[in-house]
Design a protein around this ligand. Structure first.
Ligand code: GDP
Ligand code: ZN
Length: 310
């Protein structure tokens, strides 16, 4: 299912056919409330729905099945939650080895958010052909750290085609979203993994399934000829961490796991508390500095959002 405002495109998987659908009655027109914040859209891309066919091209949506996960972001300084995509099999974080330089802080935000939202995550290091003595150290540090956390990483180059088949195997028959900063190569990867997009100029890929709409929240859905779908949403790309309270953040830093239980205070936030084993591990080099820095930055972001709510 994908769509915008009151028209939704429902894919009938058995027929592999798309039906332009409206919502039947007012059943789905309610405002879902999550933790006192207003939920804006009752139906989002990736939703599974029960629907009835009207004719060969149109239908009506009767109800929405429960979601296995939701990709959410905060809007209006945290006053509203917006669900952008549901039922993702993978959140694929794309970053580049160079031009622009690798940014583990961005990747960390994605990792924490995906973990919080229970979405499996895959990291793609694109532009691996640009690996050199200047950027190798950061790449190896990031890759080793993430692999130790059991996060899967794939090195890719759309220039040499390295890693492309491995990526295709991963996403076959899955619903995935690409999440990455501008210029890291998301469009280039879409062109490489599926012939049907290869001839389209990068800027035009977005138009193919966009049906002329250019809102910031409209999800572009790319059906893959070898099975599966990629969803590309501007709102996903500029990921703001969605976690409710600053004190909830530390639990999602899995590299703190083996140390936090031995902190003197069970509620230790590992900032300036005495006898903090996480800070000790940081001193000893058992926790990477960039991860701890990410932790502080993410906390700070969430503190700002919480403050603005009062
Ligand atoms: P997007 O903004 O994430 O969609 O990025 P694009 O796909 O538009 O790519 C941005 C730039 O990076 C373009 O100039 C691409 O040609 C270049 N690029 C993409 N993938 C690779 C790669 O694997 N290696 C190199 N060297 N350049 C790449
Ligand atoms: Zn501590």
């Amino acid at each position: 299912m994908s769509g915008v405002r009151s028209i939704f495109y429902v894919l009938d998987k058995q027929e592999n056919k798309i039906y332009q659908s409206t919502i039947k009655g007012k059943i789905l027109d309610t405002e879902f409330s999550i933790k006192n914040r207003k939920e804006l859209s009752p139906l989002v891309a990736g939703d599974r729905v029960r629907f009835e066919k009207i004719d060969a091209k149109t239908g009506r949506i009767i109800s929405r099945y429960e979601r296995k996960n939701e990709f959410r972001r905060l809007k209006n300084s945290g006053r509203e939650i917006q669900t952008i995509v549901a039922n993702l099999d993978y959140l694929i974080v794309v970053d580049s080895i160079d031009t622009p330089p690798l940014r583990p802080f961005f990747i960390d935000r994605c990792i924490i958010s995906a973990d919080y939202m229970k979405i499996p995550l895959l990291i793609v290091f694109n532009k691996i052909d640009l690996l050199n003595d200047d950027n190798r150290e950061l790449y190896e540090l990031a890759k080793n750290t993430y692999e130790k956390l059991n996060i899967e990483t794939i090195d890719v180059s759309t220039v040499t085609n390295s890693g492309i088949d491995k990526l295709k195997d991963k996403i076959k028959d899955k619903l995935c979203s690409f999440n990455g900063r501008s210029g890291v190569g998301k469009s280039s990867i879409i062109k490489r993994i599926d012939e049907q997009y290869s001839k389209i100029r990068v800027g035009e890929i977005n138009k193919k399934f966009n049906r002329g709409r250019h809102t910031t929240t409209f999800s572009q859905v790319y059906p893959l000829s070898f099975g599966g779908h990629i969803i590309d949403t501007p709102g996903i790309r500029e990921l703001a961490v969605y976690i409710d309270k600053p004190n909830d953040v530390e639990a999602f830093f899995r590299d703190f796991d083996e140390f936090r239980a031995d902190c003197r205070f069970p509620t230790c936030q590992h900032i300036d508390e005495p006898n903090c084993r996480v800070l000790e591990a940081l001193e000893n080099g058992d926790i990477e500095e960039f991860r701890y820095e990410s932790y502080l930055r993410i906390r700070e972001t969430i503190e700002k959002i919480s403050d603005s709510e009062i």
